[in-house]
Every structure is written in structure tokens, then in C-alpha cells.
Design a protein around this ligand. Structure first.
Ligand code: ADP
Ligand code: MG
Length: 264
């Protein structure tokens, strides 16, 4: 594995001290790794990404990027691409204008925008939607646009929060293939949250499995299945079946998430 890039040491976080969300979570992510964070709804996956993004200081523990604590006041915040379950494109701006806005926020000179926008729209195969309004795109095209926006700023790492979970399975498969192509070409580090064991197996180098209440790093799975992977790969299917069996016990024992604590 390449040199350490992101280190999380003994991370504990909550919104209400009576309700711990993540407790004593530690891991390292190598530069260029594809990590999936897998856990049931409400276990703290989105909270973990918010903490990795620099937006939610932990109650205890440290997050280092290339050795620098991102919550240290002197530290420069990581430049990151964030892709959410919903596309979060501004509906009153065209696709290219949405990306331009992100480039502005990242401090990229405006004369460079057009070249960058075209490069990433082409990479995501939505070059012809440059001037389209987000509302006129399909769900898959919107997620392509939001991945293009996240990649266009040349992020230190990419955080993806269940980006394909609302898409139909065929569209989701296309986008997973696309994402893997772009990841391999770019060498970016990706932290991808999902509640789907199959999706995690298909995408990840390693999977961090969280337990619930409180969220702890319960297991790390090395997915030693060569790429390019097929959805029908027998080794992948066997690994998936054994992980599901294990998780049914672990997640099942703790019970379902409390209904009044809606996940975000
Ligand atoms: P996941 O992404 O795994 O579904 P989340 O990280 O969104 O889980 O949420 C973990 C827990 O924290 C849930 O019980 C959720 O209700 C609670 N939570 C999430 N965001 C907030 C918030 N801003 N304020 C209070 N509680 C929150
Ligand atoms: Mg979530």
C-alpha cells in the first residue's frame, strides 16, 4: 500500500452527549485507496464523512491528512469533493454553471473554468448536457454531473455518501463502472458510504464495517478480488454471502435503529 494519507485516531463523536454516535474509531487510508464504509441506516456513516470533511469537529480523537490535524486552527482545510445521495445541483444554474460555482469556491481562475468543465463532463459522458438545466436531466445524469463537479476541483479526496442508492440498479451499475474508471485514471482517494454489501464488495479495496449504537469499526474487509470486477464474479459472490451472514448476526443483535432518530 502507498504511504499513509488519511489517519483517524480514536475518533469519538456525538450530537448529544447522552447518545454516542461514533466511539473510538481508528483507521488509516492510503493515498489512492478506494474505501467503502458499510453500515446500517443511522449508524453514523454520514457523520463520519462530515468529520472527515472538516465540518464536524470530533469530541475526541484526531484526523490527520498527510500528518496535519485538519481541526488544528493553523491547518489548511483539505480540498474535498463531496457527492451526496441527492445531487445538490442548483436548479437555477445550468450544469456548467454549477461546476463553475464549485471552481470559484475552490479558487480556480475563471479563465480556466471552461476547459476543466468540458474535460470532466466528457469524462462522465455528459458533454452534451453542458447547458442543460439540472431538472431536465435523469437521476443518473444528475449524479454524473455532481461527480464531475466534485472531481473538477481536483480534490485531495472524494467523499461519497450513498450517491447511487436512489438510482435503479442498471443505472447504478453503469455509474459504478464509470466511477471506477475515473478513480483508476485519477488516482484519487475515495471514501464511499453505502449500506449495500454488494456495492461495497464491487467497488472497494477495503471495506470498513461499522456496528451500531454506538458506531464502532467492527471489521475491516480486504476485497482481494482482482479488477476489473464483474457483478457476477463467483469469488465476490462468496465473499458477499459470508459477510452478509456475519453482519446479520452483528447488526441483528443490536436491533434496528431507534425510529425517532431519523438518519440524514
Ligand atoms: P447514517 O448516515 O449511517 O444513516 P448518520 O450519521 O446520518 O447515520 O446519523 C447517525 C445518528 O446521528 C442518527 O441517529 C441520526 O439521527 C443522528 N444525527 C445525524 N445528524 C444529526 C444532527 N445534525 N443532529 C442530531 N442528531 C443527528
Ligand atoms: Mg447517511
Amino acid at each position: 500500500m502507498s504511504e499513509k494519507y488519511v489517519e483517524v485516531h480514536n475518533l469519538t463523536t456525538w450530537y448529544d452527549p447522552a447518545v454516542p454516535i461514533l466511539e473510538d474509531v481508528s483507521f488509516e487510508i492510503g493515498s489512492g485507496e478506494f474505501i467503502c464504509v458499510l453500515g446500517p441506516s443511522g449508524c453514523g456513516k454520514s457523520t463520519l464523512l462530515a468529520t472527515l470533511s472538516g465540518l464536524k469537529p470530533p469530541q475526541a480523537g484526531r484526523i490527520l491528512v498527510d500528518g496535519e490535524d485538519i481541526y488544528d486552527r493553523q491547518a489548511s482545510l483539505p480540498r474535498l469533493g463531496y457527492v451526496f445521495q441527492d445531487h445538490r445541483l442548483l436548479p437555477w444554474r445550468t450544469v456548467s454553471q454549477n461546476i463553475s460555482l464549485a471552481l470559484d469556491a475552490a479558487g480556480v481562475a475563471s479563465e480556466e473554468h471552461e476547459d476543466i468543465i468540458r474535460t470532466y463532463l466528457d469524462a462522465l459522458q455528459i458533454g452534451s448536457f453542458h447547458d442543460a438545466w439540472p431538472l431536465n436531466l435523469s437521476g443518473g445524469q444528475r449524479q454524473r454531473a455532481s461527480i464531475a463537479r466534485a472531481m473538477a476541483i481536483d480534490p485531495d479526496y472524494l467523499l461519497m455518501d450513498e450517491p447511487f442508492s436512489t438510482l435503479d440498479e442498471l443505472t447504478a451499475r453503469e455509474l459504478r463502472d464509470e466511477l471506477l474508471r475515473i478513480w483508476e485514471a485519477s488516482g484519487k482517494t475515495i471514501v464511499f458510504v453505502t449500506h449495500s454489501v454488494h456495492e461495497a464488495m464491487f467497488l472497494a479495496d477495503r471495506i470498513f464495517v461499522l456496528s451500531t449504537y454506538p458506531g464502532r469499526l467492527y471489521r475491516t474487509i480486504d476485497v482481494n478480488v482482482p479488477r476489473v470486477r464483474s457483478h457476477e464474479d463467483v469469488d465476490l459472490a462468496k465473499l458477499e454471502a459470508s459477510v452478509i451472514e456475519d453482519l446479520l448476526v452483528e447488526w441483528g443483535q443490536k436491533g434496528a435503529p431507534a425510529p425517532e432518530r431519523e438518519s440524514t
